[in-house]
Each structure stands twice: as structure tokens, then as C-alpha cells.
Design a protein around this ligand. Sequence first.
Ligand SMILES: Cc1ncc(COP(=O)(O)O)c(C=O)c1O
Length: 381
Amino acid sequence: MTDFEQFVPEHIRKLAEAGNSKPLNQGGKIVSKGGSSEDPVALNLNENPFGPSPRALEVLHAAIGQTHRYPEIQATDLHEELAAFHGVRREQVLVTAGATELLCMIARALLGPGLNAVTSAKSFIVYKLATQVTEGKLIEVPTRENGYDPEAIARAIDANTRIVFIANPNNPTGTMLAADEVDDFVDGLPDHVLVVLDEAYGDFAEAFARKRRAAYSHAFDYIRADKNVILLKTFSKAHGLAGLRIGYGIGPARLVSLFAPLRVIFSVSSVGQAAALAALRDAEHIRRAVENNTEQAEALSAGLQEVAFPVAQTWTNFLYCDVGQDAADFAERLRERGAIVQPLGLWGAPNAIRVSIGTPEQNRLLLHALSNLSATHREDR
Ligand SMILES: Cc1ncc(COP(=O)(O)O)c(C=O)c1O
């Protein structure tokens, strides 16, 4: 039989050998101390703690009855609605199966042998995943106070750089670059580099920025000025549609049209399109999620600090927390006590966890699990 390995490029073969990582959704049942079975509270993936937009749920019932039909291939209505919503032209919008699909498309379009993308260490894991299926390489620049260091990133750019990925706010550290810092960075970029400005958590950052009198984002100014910038947004966070996989990019039409052909045909499902159209204008649901988040960020940070873990100031819907011990082991013991958090070893922070900010009740469950864990810890000593 033909050995197909020989037809597959080496960088893909290496990935195949490494195999799949373990599933992200670690849900499922746990056995509580009393021996009964209950679901742990999942605070590991920065999802909307109030669930999907109710307006999306309403239209989903009808949309599900039509799932024998193919989706509208160009997602025309959704493109038009998004363009109207953001005050841009339809050609400046590109809807994809989550922002993740668009990240992969951009990497495939622009990277190749000898070329590179630059980002920060301790940033969104998909930048690495999207790059590693190309023959380009990802340069991860050391952080500044646990966040992006724009000057160091600018210094890392060379003639072979094609992309800079900036998560603002950053996942998993929760830091934000102020609008003027991003202005300076974008202004100083050479012409051969595209900035992917990932504002997946923009709704939360805007609310914090208002409260703290900071300036968050001038992304639309860059697009109006025809800079080499693609802004990324998603329905996975404030809108609560992570499972339906809808994200989008906004940028100069000349760039958007270059990436569009790389979208997987029919990747944006009919139910996803219907739900996103309804969720886009569900201001009430977004307001509820954002207000809860701004309030609970403080309450949860204070609670964590009481258990003696330093927490960094957040600009988004999760907290970055140093637990001063092996975080994977810590997360496992916390899970046994009813709360799932994300250990950050994969991100190069083996003693840190990321905790999504939940409803008051979810946060209470987390803090309860945590005090239970530290009590056992004390008993053990
Ligand atoms: C920085 C950042 N960008 C993008 C996304 C993913 O968005 P999507 O669910 O639309 O693929 C996430 C999800 O966690 C994220 O943290």
C-alpha cells in the first residue's frame, strides 16, 4: 500500500505524531463529598454565565426545523446587518465559523516557509494553532507586566513578518493595551505587516474602560484610514453563542476580499446565522452580562485574594490568578470540589489559573470549593 506520509508536508506530519490534545470541555459529573452526584460549575472557558441570548433562543426553535437545508452560503443577511450595526460597508465584513476560523484563514493566506507572525507570550492559544499548520513560525515576545509589550513586539518584527496578533484584552492574562498605545504601535508598523486586532472581549473592556476612565479602542479609525488592520469580533462571549461558532472580521475591503476565499465552504451554519442575527441587537442580554461582569470582577477578585491568591486587575470576563503551586494539580483538586478552572501550564504559567467570572451564585460555588480546598490543605500539613 502507498505510504501516504510521503505526500504530507513535514510540519503536518509532526502535528499528526503529536496527536490531539485532551478535550477542552471538561464538564461531566463529579461526586461530591456527601457521595451524591452533581455538575461542577464550569468557569474555565470565559463563556457567558447567563447562557445564550434569549432572542437567539427564540429564533433557534424555528431555525432548527430547517436544518435539513444548507445554510445561505454567503451569510448575506448577517454581513449586511453587521455592516449596518458597525457603520461600515458590507465588503468590509467577513463572517466565519468563530473568530478562530478567521485566524486560521489569515495565517494560511499570509504565512509560508521563512515567514513569521509575532505575538506576545501568554496570549491566545489559537495564534499558535493557526500558525503551526502553515510553514511559517510564531515569534512569542516576552510579556511586560503580564501583558503585551508593544515596543518589544515592534522590535521583533523583521522583513519576514507578515502578521502581528494582538489580543486586546489579552487571554489568559486579562490585561489591556490603552487606545493610544495601540495607535502608536499601528502608526509605527512597516507596510508589509498586517495587525490582527482581536477584540473578542471588547464589550467587557469597554465597560471597564468607562468605569476607570481609560480609553479602550480606536479600531474603527484604523479601518477608516485604510491601515493594514483586521479587527476580530465574536458572538462567543457577550452574546453567549460560543457553541454555534460565529465570529467576524472587519477591515479594509482590499484585505477582507483576500481572505474570504479561504473560508471553509458552508462553515457558517444556518442556525448560527439565525441566532447571530437575533443576538446582535439583544442589547439587554449583553448589558446584563457586562454589568454582572464588572460588578462580579471585584467581588470575585476580593474573594480569591482572601484565600491568599494574588489576582491581576482584569479588563475582561476572567481573572488571572497565581496559586503559588502546580496549577494543573490545583485545578484537579478544585474540580473534585465542584469548580472547573483553567490551569495555564500550556501558556508557560505553570503556577497560574484562569477563572471565568460567573454569576454571583457560580462565583460563590467557586469560592466555596476554594475554601474547602485550602481547609484540606491546612489539615494535611
Ligand atoms: C482572544 C480571543 N480571541 C478569539 C476567541 C475565540 O473566538 P471564537 O469563539 O469566535 O472562535 C477567544 C476565545 O476564547 C479569545 O480568547
